[in-house]
Design a protein around this ligand. Structure first.
Ligand code: HEC
Length: 189
């Protein structure tokens, strides 16, 4: 009987210590780091995008995104020693493939938004002991030019530019405040 109790107790302790393989302190640190990286990536992408928009409108900015979005994120990935990815359930780029976990998180965020609840970044460790940070990407007014509703917030002209480059695009029809996707950051250490 005593032995049984000890076995149960040690099992319990090992469960606790297993989940604390990622301590609260570490979780906080990775949350701060993740937020910083996501913010820096957003700032870099959006400032370059705005420069292109001012210089030549969507006809220049859309091809720029196609050519430069991935290299910009690759450069930031090496700077921050992490893999920085934007993921979505409704994709424009055919080079992005959402993982199962990313999709789960996206659907979870969408549910919370529909219930008008607060959404927070998620930090977790996977079975290979890799640390991940996920945070929502919310649609803002200036995103609608290229991700909005055709003939309403997005012009037919821009839609045709996008369709000519991305024939399989499904990343339109958004409203301000919708979830566009997630930042998915995997830390190298
Ligand atoms: C000038 C048009 C334009 C504007 C404005 C724009 N995007 Fe995009 N967006 C694109 C293009 C083009 C791609 C595909 C890039 C690629 O091929 O890697 C894209 C891709 C994305 C992706 C990656 C997932 C996917 O569907 O490929 C996300 C997330 C995204 N945009 C979010 C936003 C957000 C948030 C804003 C506003 C802050 C925004 N975009 C503004 C053109 C635009």
């Amino acid at each position: 009987m005593l032995l049984k109790k000890i076995t149960i107790l040690s099992l319990f302790i090992s469960l606790i210590s297993c989940s604390s393989g990622f301590s609260e302190k570490e979780k906080q640190e990775y949350t701060i780091k993740g937020k910083e990286i996501a913010q820096a990536s957003f700032n870099e992408l959006s400032s370059q995008l705005m420069t292109q928009m001012q210089a030549g409108g969507p006809a220049q900015a859309v091809p720029f995104c196609k050519e430069q979005a991935a290299p910009i994120l690759a450069q930031l990935s090496s700077k921050y020693d992490a893999n920085i990815k934007r993921s979505s359930d409704l994709l424009r780029s055919c080079k992005i493939e959402p993982t199962e976990r990313e999709l789960e998180i996206i659907y979870g965020y969408k549910k919370l938004i529909s219930e008008k609840k607060d959404i927070q970044p998620i930090v977790e460790v996977d079975s290979d002991n890799k640390k991940h940070f996920y945070a929502p990407i919310i649609v803002k007014t200036n995103c609608l030019v290229c991700h909005g509703k055709v003939n309403e917030t997005m012009s037919v002209k821009t839609d045709s530019i996008i369709k000519s480059i991305y024939p399989f695009d499904i990343a339109t029809g958004y409203n301000e405040g919708d979830l566009r996707g997630v930042w998915s950051i995997t830390f190298n250490k």
